[in-house]
Design a protein around this ligand. Structure first.
Ligand code: PMP
Length: 290
């Protein structure tokens, strides 16, 4: 595998960062997770836009333009002959001193890893997930805004540990007010009486690219979509539920905190959205081998 670091390609063994990089010392940096389907990078522009928004929030100067970043991403896939897979793009604050002052870090680093993807097992999609709500609440906007896709993912990791401890693959995180925010690495949706609902981004969710695609697909299919604050009660009494993310795509949820959702199996509208999503990944995205 060839890994891009600051304009050069390194083998897996030689792809290394300094122990003084503030990405490592403080989690000071940002990242993106992107899919490549059939030789096309899915929603590349949207991911690079989000990367730049995260950078802006952290006053982090990405040393490449949007265009250069897109080209570097595509080129890394090409170098690895990758047609199906997952791209991890990172920008770290770069090398500094042991103190946390980011002004001491003169050169942010750009790293791009393009690898095969480890998919969720098919039974998750066929039978649906059983998930729980965890005690760790989502970060406050006023502390570390969940919209920033930063290298400091401890909030999500703590929630993931709590999910794993209970034998669950994914978990629902509430915000400090008790409203549903999102899952540890996915956004969440419910369907009730034919309408699609997902928590507003202000409830403490990442601006999910898959979330946006699903909202657009649902509207195209004539579904009404809204983003109200949701409580656990709303989830328990939903007809259908699913989570979305770049890696997971759409995964049905059939049980939450011991409550069976709808008929306890992936619902018809969820299945329809999954089909529409798959149709999109077959054709959409940035062509890279054309
Ligand atoms: N929420 C969190 C916390 C995430 O890390 C992710 C990405 N894995 C998502 C939601 C889903 O976002 P996207 O659809 O852009 O992958």
């Amino acid at each position: 595998m060839k890994i891009y670091i600051d304009g050069k390609y390194y083998s897996e063994q030689d792809a290394k960062v300094s122990v003084f990089d503030h990405g490592l010392l403080y989690g000071d940096g940002i990242f993106e997770g992107i899919r490549i389907y059939h030789g096309r990078v899915f929603r590349l522009k949207e991911h690079i836009d989000r990367l730049f928004y995260s950078a802006k929030a952290l006053l982090l100067d990405i040393p490449l333009s949007h265009e250069e970043m897109m080209r570097a991403t595509v080129e890394t896939c090409r170098q690895n002959n990758l047609r199906e897979g997952y791209i991890r793009l990172l920008v770290t604050r770069g090398i500094g001193t042991l103190g946390l002052n980011p002004n001491r870090c003169k050169n942010p680093s750009v790293i791009i890893i393009a690898d095969k993807i480890q998919l969720y097992p098919p039974e998750y999609y066929e039978r649906g997930l059983q998930i729980i709500t965890v005690p760790t609440t989502r970060n406050l906007h006023s502390a570390l805004n969940p919209a920033i896709k930063s290298l400091n993912y401890l909030n999500n990791i703590l929630a993931k540990i709590e999910a794993n401890n209970s034998g669950c693959e994914e978990a629902i995180m509430l915000n400090a007010e008790g409203f549903v925010a999102e899952c540890t690495g996915d956004n969440i949706f419910i369907i009730k009486e034919g309408q699609l609902f997902t928590p507003p981004l202000s409830a403490g969710a990442l601006y999910g690219i898959t979330r946006k695609v699903v909202i657009d697909l649902a509207r195209e299919a004539g579904m009404q979509v809204s983003e109200p604050n949701l409580t656990r009660y709303d989830l328990f009494n939903a007809d259908e539920c699913f989570v979305t993310g770049t890696g997971a795509e759409l995964v049905p949820v059939v049980k939450i905190d011991g409550r069976v959702i709808g008929e306890g199996k992936p619902g018809a509208m969820t299945k329809q959205l999954v089909e529409r999503y798959h149709a999109l990944t077959k054709v959409s995205g940035e062509p890279i081998y054309d």
